[in-house]
Design a protein around this ligand. Sequence first.
Ligand code: HEC
Length: 402
Amino acid sequence: MLMVSGACDPDASPRRQFDATVAADDAGAPATDGSSDGGDDGGSTGEGDSPAPTPAEPLSSEQVQFYLTRIAPTLVGRSLDYDEMQLVAQVGEAAIAPIVDGWTAEPGFAEAMRFLVSDMLHTSGERDGVDFDLPGNLAAEIAAENLPYSTLLTADYCVAADGKHIACDTGAPYESGVLATRAYLIANKGRFNLTRAKRMLETFACRIYPMEAEVQVPLAKARLIPMFQAENPDEQTVDEAKGGFGNGVACYNCHSQFGAHAQFFVRFDDQGLWRADATGRQDPDGELGRAVAGLYASHLQAPRAAASESSQMFGVEADNLRGAMDVLTASALFQQCTVKNLLARTFGLAAGVSDDFDADLIAELAQRITVDSDDPTLRHYVWSIFTDRRVVDAVVATMEAP
Ligand code: HEC
């Protein structure tokens, strides 16, 4: 069981500490009262003259051990060993970097990343002859071989249980990492391919619909099928969809962005198999959102566009899912979302669009990580995040006072 103890207790949750820490940085003053005597409190706190940040107090060995003990199970699947405890006792805070670095070279790290990815994508095991472990196998390889994390979405191969590179199983003329696997496509199938699109965006860009129009440029209204053009009930031409306005939000708001991403899945049927003959056209006798023969309907009106798997990702035209993943993985949203996923997993918090973490902290960590490499490895992400003093402090702040 990888749940971090205390995660369900709001007072022990690092959430408030993540927020408080950053707020304190911004204000140039600690948010806590009392405990920090010895600091200089002579300066006025008038706005504008924020004092230079005071260097962080060194951490005690107990604090370092508390921190590492908390993060080890999720990152490396074990607790601290004797040598690590010795190192912490000897050098305190300076032990964090080499210990975290050592973890990322262990088999336990690859297994932890396998678990993370399988869980995020709702894929694992084997049923009906489909190998639901393919996404997890790729994640484990990326961690073990120190490959760029973007490979998760762009690999042009799959990884078998024995570690061999194999063709993926959709029959598509391209591969696209974990997404172009029957495991992902079956586990997330649904009408109009909405669930596939939604899980992709929420997991790898931490966005849901609607999102900022500058991130995902909406498709022009006239390109959509009438049901998704509607911006109010009077415009809704489809009876089944008239009731959907209860919350007062226009179908077009969300589905003009959704439709662009769903289009990348239009040729994958409900068995996750790629079909050259897909049309994207609504099956006249079928449920809303379904095309004939186990395929799903497109959001697009024009027959050629509806049948095509080329679409637009974050404003950039892409030929297919694989091309879309080049765009997504180059985006700062992908990097920030990776930071968020790793933090969320480790502390038992929610990732996706949750605001469990301060957005500035996430953005700042992601930016620092990509200064060193524009296509970082998981090891690089993990090392940078979990040696960051703000992350350490947030956890240490949950320690019981002696
Ligand atoms: C706030 C964003 C938003 C708005 C507004 C919105 N939708 Fe959706 N729609 C979604 C999401 C999210 C899903 C679910 C995708 C999933 O997880 O399968 C969805 C799913 C659907 C589905 C598929 C249902 C299914 O069971 O698979 C249809 C059909 C649909 N929407 C039609 C509409 C219509 C018609 C309107 C306007 C009346 C509308 N939506 C407004 C976001 C939105």
